[in-house]
Design a binder for this molecule. Structure first.
Ligand code: BGC
Ligand code: ZN
Length: 370
């Protein structure tokens, strides 16, 4: 039996990242001929991986004392079972993260909105991730990446979350019968903030994207490259900008700071929607002007929406937007992909960049060439 290297942590034990070993999987492990064997090429890491390595988040699969990391995957199909029609050997693919539990939503292909407390996510919770050499999965979860988007590889998964967050906002706003948003604020300019900026620009909104650092810097270059406005919170607050340009119809919060999530509630416009996307595994608490927010939200019929994860349809929508983004803002999106690390055995460098390098916008591992 073939062994493969994998990058893993011991959940609950801070900074326990290490090299683990897994047995190479085979397509027959997936029933009904629906298996897809994928050779892993690249895997991205994000704030969720950092929180998992800090032991704030994540659990090992039953029967294991380690969890293989990696939920942002890009690979090439090596072998498919007889029932698999939508991908073939040689195709580039990414893979969804969450697997179904037992709720009604899980049974209709919407595990991203499972109503069960327990959720199963590859590389995050109760299932091993993709930061290894090969994986197999059911065809349902393997999503084809067009060859022309190969250079955007690990962005497919974060893009799926951005696409879902915006789509959910539009779906929810059907409550208003007419909703024609013009102005959006995106708080945070990590990968989710930047990709959300792209999704909103492609829908014709004027977008203000907030970050801590003062321009010029890479984030500002990407935001302006997408035809949006970059605002450094060192220079202007959300309130300052709302006073200047008006209250936004839509806020997408993606800073990773729960304080900002509440701060943004003070500036949303009437009939607006605020979407929260940050995973905040810590224990921070802040004071908020609750009477004022409560009053404004009631008088303005405002909506607060949480959005997590993405199913294959959100991946497909996100990939379509990446393609449109490439022809609309050529060469901008790939600037997010700042820090490759080559070779699984260099996992310490991967985590060091993720944890320590404040300029590393996107850290990812090149597991194999292809
Ligand atoms: C992942 C999502 C996941 C969420 C919560 C994010 O980093 O990209 O797929 O649902 O973490 O675990
Ligand atoms: Zn993620």
């Amino acid at each position: 039996m073939h062994k493969m290297k994998a990058v893993a942590v011991h959940p609950g034990q801070p900074n326990s990242v290490h090299l683990a070993e897994l047995t190479k999987p085979a397509i027959h492990q997936i029933p009904q001929g629906r298996g897809v064997l994928v050779k892993v090429l690249k895997v991205g890491v994000d704030a969720t991986d950092r929180e998992i390595n800090d032991a704030l988040y994540g659990n090992a699969p039953p029967g294991y004392n380690f969890l293989v990391l990696g939920h942002e995957s890009f690979g090439i199909v090596e072998e498919v079972g007889p029932a698999v029609k939508h991908v073939k050997p040689g195709d580039y693919v990414t893979c969804t993260v969450r697997r179904p539990g037992g709720s009604i939503y899980d049974t209709i292909g919407r595990s991203d909105i499972t109503s069960e407390e327990t959720y199963y996510e590859r590389g995050i919770n109760l299932l091993h991730g993709f930061l290894t050499e090969y994986y197999v999965d059911d065809a349902e979860f393997v999503v084809k990446m067009p060859v022309g988007l190969k250079h955007l590889h690990v962005l497919a998964e974060p893009m799926s979350c951005a696409a879902k967050a915006v789509q959910q906002a539009y779906e929810a706003q059907r409550r208003l019968q007419v909703w024609d948003p013009k102005l959006a604020f995106v708080t945070g300019s990590g990968q989710i903030g930047l990709l959300t900026t792209l999704v909103l620009r492609l829908r014709g909104l004027e977008v203000y994207t907030f970050a801590r650092g003062a321009a010029p810097n890479l984030k500002a270059e990407i935001v302006t490259g997408l035809g949006a406005h970059y605002v450094s919170t060192a220079e202007k607050s959300l309130k300052d900008v709302a006073a200047e340009v008006g209250r936004p119809d839509l806020v997408v919060e993606a800073t990773g700071s729960s304080a900002v999530a509440f701060e943004a509630m003070e500036i949303l416009g009437h009939n607006g929607v605020e979407v929260w996307t940050s995973i905040t595994g810590g224990q921070k608490s802040v004071q908020v002007p609750s009477d004022n927010i409560n009053l404004q939200w009631v008088l303005g019929n405002k909506l607060l929406l949480g959005s997590v994860n993405a199913n294959r349809r959100h991946f497909e929508a996100g990939i379509a937007d990446l393609a449109l983004g490439e022809v609309t803002y050529p060469g901008v999106i790939e600037k997010i992909l700042t820090n490759p690390v080559r070779g699984i055995e260099n996992y310490r460098e991967l985590i060091r960049l993720l944890v320590e390098d404040k300029h590393a916008l996107k850290v990812y591992m090149e597991v194999a060439n292809g």
